[in-house]
Write a protein that binds this ligand. Structure first.
Ligand SMILES: [Zn+2]
Length: 280
C-alpha cells in the first residue's frame, strides 16, 4: 500500500498516541484493582497469577520457556550466519524471558498459584537490563529526531531507568507481575515521549516519521499492543482458551522477526548505495 509522507507521519503519530493511551488505561485499571479488590476490572485469574495461564498446556510457563529458549537459539544461529551483532541483544531478551518463565514454573505453589517471593538484588539487576530497552530506545529516537543532545539523551535514559526500577522495587515487588510491568514500562517509555515530542506537522518530524514507517512494522506493533492489553483484561473470557500468555510470546517473536527483516534490508540497501557512490 502506498501512502504519502504526511499520511505516514500522521498514522505513525496516531499509533504512538494509541499505545500510550492503551497502556495508561491498563495502569489505571491495575491500580484500581489493587485498591478496590471488590470492584475489579482485570481478569480474576490474571491478577492471581500475574499471567494468563491456558488449559491448552500442561504448564503454560514451561511451554513458553521452551519456545523462548528455541527463539533465542535461532537468534544466535542467525547472528553467526548474518554477522549482525544487534541480534545478540534480541537473543539475550529471549533467554531472560525464557528464564523468567522457567523460574515461575518451578516456584509455583502446590495449588498452582505463584509463591510470595522477595525480589533480590540479582532480580533487580536482570530487571534493569530488560527495562533499559525502553528508555535507551526512546532517547536514541529523540536524539536522532534532534529533540535533545546526546548527553541529555543519556541523562534522560538513565533517569527513566532509575524511575522504572524504583517503582518496581517500591510498589510492584511481586515477581509474578514483573512481565506485565516490563511490557507496560517499555511500551510507555517508547510511545509517550515520542507522541509528545515528535509531532507530524513540522517538515523535520514528518521526514523522521515517514522514513521509519513500514506497514508490516505498524501492523505487528499493533498486534503486540492488542495482546498486551487483552491478556490482563480478557484472560478469563477468551484469551486463556486460545493459548493465554503463549499468544504474547508468539506475537512478540513475530514482531521482532519483522523488525529484524526490515533493519537487515535497510542496512543492505545502505551498503549498496555506499558502494554505488564509491564507484561513480
Ligand atoms: Zn512470556
Amino acid at each position: 500500500m502506498i501512502a504519502s509522507k504526511p499520511t505516514k507521519a500522521v498514522i505513525s503519530w496516531c499509533a504512538d498516541v494509541l499505545a500510550s493511551c492503551a497502556v495508561l488505561v491498563l495502569v489505571i485499571s491495575w491500580i484500581n484493582d489493587i485498591q478496590s479488590p471488590n470492584n475489579r476490572v482485570l481478569s480474576e485469574s490474571f491478577l492471581r497469577n500475574g499471567f494468563c495461564l491456558s488449559p491448552l498446556f500442561d504448564d503454560t510457563h514451561l511451554s513458553c520457556s521452551k519456545f523462548d529458549a528455541l527463539c533465542g537459539i535461532l537468534c544466535l544461529i542467525t547472528m553467526i550466519v548474518t554477522k549482525k551483532s544487534s541480534l545478540g541483544g534480541v537473543a539475550a531478551y529471549f533467554f531472560s524471558h525464557s528464564y523468567g518463565h522457567w523460574n515461575a514454573a518451578v516456584t509455583l505453589a502446590e495449588d498452582g498459584s505463584p509463591q510470595e517471593e522477595r525480589t533480590g538484588a540479582t532480580d533487580l539487576f536482570v530487571l534493569a537490563a530488560i527495562l533499559s530497552i525502553g528508555p535507551l530506545n526512546a532517547a536514541s529516537d529523540l536524539v536522532k529526531a534532534d529533540k535533545m543532545s546526546k548527553s541529555l539523551g543519556n541523562i534522560c535514559a538513565f533517569l527513566g531507568l532509575a524511575v522504572g526500577v524504583s517503582v518496581y522495587a517500591l510498589f510492584i515487588k511481586r515477581p509474578c507481575y514483573a512481565l506485565l510491568y516490563i511490557n507496560i514500562f517499555i511500551i510507555l517509555a517508547n510511545s509517550l515521549p515520542r507522541s509528545i515530542l515528535v509531532g507530524y506537522t513540522s517538515r523535520q518530524d514528518m521526514e523522521i516519521r515517514a522514513s521509519k514507517f513500514r506497514w508490516a512494522k505498524l501492523v505487528s506493533g499493533l498486534v503486540v499492543l492488542a495482546v498486551v492489553f487483552s491478556e490482563p483484561f480478557y484472560c478469563d473470557s477468551f484469551v486463556k482458551f486460545i493459548g493465554g500468555h503463549a499468544v504474547f510470546d508468539v506475537v512478540l517473536a513475530l514482531d521482532l522477526f519483522v523488525h529484524f527483516m526490515f533493519t537487515f534490508n535497510d542496512e543492505l540497501l545502505e551498503t549498496q548505495k555506499e558502494i554505488e557512490t564509491k564507484m561513480e
